[in-house]
Ligand binder design. Structure first.
Ligand SMILES: [Zn+2]
Length: 344
């Protein structure tokens, strides 16, 4: 095993020179009070790493699988929500809806994801991997965005700012780490990701089924190239109605100024090409709020939040916009952190 590398660039540059090695990440404690932990990188082959990982003492199993760009991946989702945000939402129900939606979209009625669970009293958390592959992360992201769109139209439960707890941020950045089966975060040793519903499945089998970028070669490779944005605009009328789905949705949020909304989106897109707009809403009849995923760098935390999002709030009367961080840990004097001053 090569590493640890504490610098991602060095790790990736070394990886480029290694035959057969893969990148792995590990949580390491940090002294920075604002950040809970940082990451160290390691290089190892899949088989060698797995043999080592499965025999590690449980307290050392803090590893993540690194999800590379431009390689085939299993379809995967991170489904999580805080119970106090969505007290009436049931995780099993969310997973059942997601499972049904994916099976319908892919026309594979018996397709079932393998589940890992790390729920506790505060947070419901599930990682899902399906035993089929798409060509790369972009294709998986496109499918999952489509799932979110369909579930929203179906009236599936909302969990804070997401639908059925689906976290779209996990498809956002390069070298994203997804925790591996049995692993935990440094400050949450008891909150391990365990196979669900049966914890006692064979460990090797659980690893093979839950890892996203590994053990993909033997799985069916599916096509998914349905761009979400176009699909939304061209969505046909639902049976028995004359309105298009998109128009029905906008009608519910009527005061949205669509011209202004498009200006805001264009400008954000020019500055942050990787950011997409998870939701748009009106507040107080004057604040147009766009939820940005995976978000932009928050000046309070000096990073992009992984779990919490950033909003762009535009006052439609003054046409002034500002960024707002939704992370409660960034609050100053009970107020959410705000920055930027964009005139539209
Ligand atoms: Zn923040």
């Amino acid at each position: 095993m090569l590493g640890p590398f504490y610098n991602e660039k060095t790790a990736v540059a070394t990886l480029a020179k290694c035959k057969d090695a893969k990148l792995w990440k590990k949580f390491v404690p940090t002294r920075d009070a604002k950040k809970k932990f940082s990451m160290a990188f390691y290089l190892h082959t899949t088989e060698g790493f797995l043999a080592k990982y499965l025999t590690m003492p449980p307290q050392d199993q803090m590893y993540c699988e690194v999800i590379p760009d431009n390689v085939p991946l299993k379809i995967y989702m991170d489904v999580e929500f805080k119970r106090n945000v969505a007290p009436n939402v049931d995780m099993d129900e969310c997973v059942a809806l997601v499972q049904q939606c994916v099976a319908t979209l892919l026309k594979m009625p018996n397709l079932v994801p393998f589940q890992l669970d790390a729920s506790n009293g505060e947070k419901a958390s599930r990682h899902l991997t399906w035993p089929v592959a798409l060509k790369d992360k972009e294709a998986v992201k496109s499918l999952v965005k489509h799932v979110v769109y369909v579930l929203k139209e179906q009236g599936a439960p909302t969990t804070g700012d997401s639908i059925c707890g689906i976290d779209l941020a996990v498809y956002g950045k390069n070298n994203q780490g997804m925790r591996m089966c049995y692993s935990h975060k440094p400050n949450e040793i008891l909150r391990k990701l365990m196979p669900y519903p049966n914890k006692a499945v064979n460990a090797r089998m659980a690893m093979e089924q839950s890892m996203i970028a590994h053990f993909v070669a033997s799985l069916p490779m599916l096509e998914w190239n349905r761009p979400l944005e176009k699909k939304q605009k061209k969505a046909p009328a639902a049976p028995g109605t004359t309105k298009r789905v998109k128009e029905t949705r906008d009608a519910a949020d009527l005061p949205l100024d669509l011209v202004l909304l498009n200006q805001v989106k264009d400008r954000l897109h020019n500055c942050y090409p990787d950011v997409y707009f998870a939701e748009e809403k009106m507040y107080d009849e004057k604040i147009m709020s766009l939820t940005l995923r995976p978000g932009v760098i928050c000046p309070a935390a000096q990073r992009v939040h992984e779990s919490n999002c950033t909003w762009m709030n535009v006052n439609i009367k003054t046409r002034m916009g500002e960024f707002v961080c939704s992370d409660p840990d960034c609050k100053v004097g009970g107020r959410l952190v705000r920055w930027g001053c964009w005139k539209f």
